[in-house]
Design a protein around this ligand. Structure first.
Ligand SMILES: [Zn+2]
Ligand SMILES: [Zn+2]
Length: 458
């Protein structure tokens, strides 16, 4: 039996490929995608980094056996590039179908003739073919360990998230009556998508614990919770579900959120990571998730989260709230923020939301900080109802974007709520085309497991 793989591709890349394949001439077109790879629980995921469109009559020519084929020069240039860049080589073409697609017999025979030789050139990198219909996709990916993988799903990540499969899945189960009132909004298929979605929540303090509660009530089926801290008495004012006994027994925050999640949805699968997201082993655990909620407020956590979004092409959101006072203790700013971060829309780094000085300070040990007279960090003020604004807006965005319910799917804004001024501001994220963390010119974009995350070891 064939194994299944998953493909992640940014919305703007997918649109470019789609326009090339379906220009309205009813003909067949093609090209090559080069993709980073990652492997988790033996499941292969391909993260599209480069697109190479085959020019008609030059790179895409009349075939000797099939109707049309990529030219040998074009194939040779890209298979050697795939080998040198350590990327998977994926040749694509289109069929004129809509919601269901598969390779023809001629396609399969050409894979069997051609791919063993390409595998040898690729020196360990996967090679394969993709076929696109208007709203469906299929893959035939060959690995040098002898396995072949067909497509489970292709995830198109832009401001919204779209899923394509080889055929329409209209076999939705009858929904759990718990979700009756929601199914009226999301539809059965939407509710099913939530049940199979795996989210990571990074930080289970004031904001993250609310996100966990909301997502569990909505029916999200799988969670990966990451936080190194235990409950303290001063957390009881904010952490959903926390009890005095949790503080007395120093129960990890992730355990409290797990309890809350299971109360809302006893079928949920909850994986706990009692560690810092800045640790490599923790970050690796979330690299196969479908959506990331960043509710931890260190600069290192922001840097790692930002890298995960762009290296693995996973949609994410950064949440926070901030209360500032002047030296006399008068409030000067009370703010909640909700910043969706998506490949192709700029990142926390190019929007100057990762402070290099703070990052350097965090890298020092407590001893070093004391010796350098940075002083002891005072805890920041925090209030549950301010956290709730950020958490609720981020979960609403998740629902509308992940289930594809937006009216204007290409809009993406950071939201800031300034409560003292009763003001809500929408900020268009900046995108630096040279950014080393999020642009295709940088080393990280779509690389999957091949480049290291900006983590500390452990
Ligand atoms: Zn074909
Ligand atoms: Zn950037």
């Amino acid at each position: 039996m064939k194994r299944k793989c998953r493909i992640r591709i940014a919305r703007n890349d997918f649109d470019t490929v789609h326009k090339h394949l379906f220009p309205g001439d009813g003909d067949e077109h093609g090209g090559v995608l080069l993709a980073g790879t990652s492997c988790s629980n033996e499941r292969l995921t391909l993260h599209v980094r480069e697109i190479h469109l085959a020019r008609e009559g030059v790179d895409y020519v009349a075939g000797k056996i099939g109707y049309r084929a990529l030219s040998p020069t074009f194939i040779h240039r890209l298979i050697t590039r795939a080998r040198d860049e350590r990327l998977a080589y994926l040749a694509f073409h289109n069929h004129h179908a809509d919601r269901e697609v598969n390779f023809s017999r001629i396609d399969v025979e050409s894979h069997e003739r051609g791919y063993p030789a390409l595998l040898q050139i690729a020196r360990g990198m996967p090679v394969g073919g993709l076929v696109f219909a208007r709203r469906a996709m299929q893959a035939d990916i060959w690995l040098d360990n002898g396995t072949r993988h067909s497509l489970d799903e292709a995830i198109i990540v832009g401001s919204t998230v779209q899923k394509l499969t080889p055929s329409d899945e209209s076999n939705s189960r009858d929904p759990d009556p718990t979700y009756d009132r929601q199914v009226r909004m999301f539809g059965k298929a939407g509710q099913d998508r939530l049940a199979s979605c795996r989210v990571a929540i990074l930080g289970l303090g004031g904001i993250g614990s609310l996100v966990a509660e909301y997502l569990a009530r909505i029916g999200v089926g799988q969670f990966c919770l990451v936080d190194p801290d235990v409950v303290e008495e001063s957390n009881l004012s904010r952490i959903v579900g926390a009890r005095l006994s949790d503080a007395q027994k120093a129960v990890p925050k992730v355990n409290v959120s797990k309890r809350v999640i299971l109360q809302a949805n006893s079928c949920a699968r909850v994986q706990l990571v009692v560690d810092d997201i800045a640790k490599e082993s923790a970050a690796k655990r979330v690299s196969s998730c479908d959506y990331l909620f960043l509710a931890a407020d260190s600069m290192r956590a922001r840097l790692v989260f930002n890298a995960l979004v762009h290296q693995y092409l996973i949609p994410g959101v950064q949440l926070g709230s901030k209360i500032r006072s002047d030296s006399e203790g008068r409030l000067i700013d009370v703010m909640s923020v909700n910043r969706p971060i998506r490949p192709g829309h700029g990142c926390l780094w190019c929007n100057q939301l990762i402070d290099a000085n703070l990052l350097a300070r965090e890298a020092k040990t407590d001893e070093e900080r004391k010796a350098q007279a940075y002083g002891v960090e005072e805890p920041n003020p925090s209030v549950i109802s301010l956290n709730a604004i950020s958490a609720a807006h981020a979960v609403n965005d998740f629902l509308l974007d992940y289930l594809g319910l937006r009216k204007e799917p290409d809009m993406l804004h950071y939201e800031q709520f300034q409560l003292l001024e009763r003001r809500q501001t929408l900020v268009q994220p900046r995108k630096d085309s040279e950014c080393s963390e999020c642009s295709k010119a940088g080393l990280r974009y779509g690389r999957g497991d091949f480049v290291a995350l900006p983590c500390v070891e452990g």
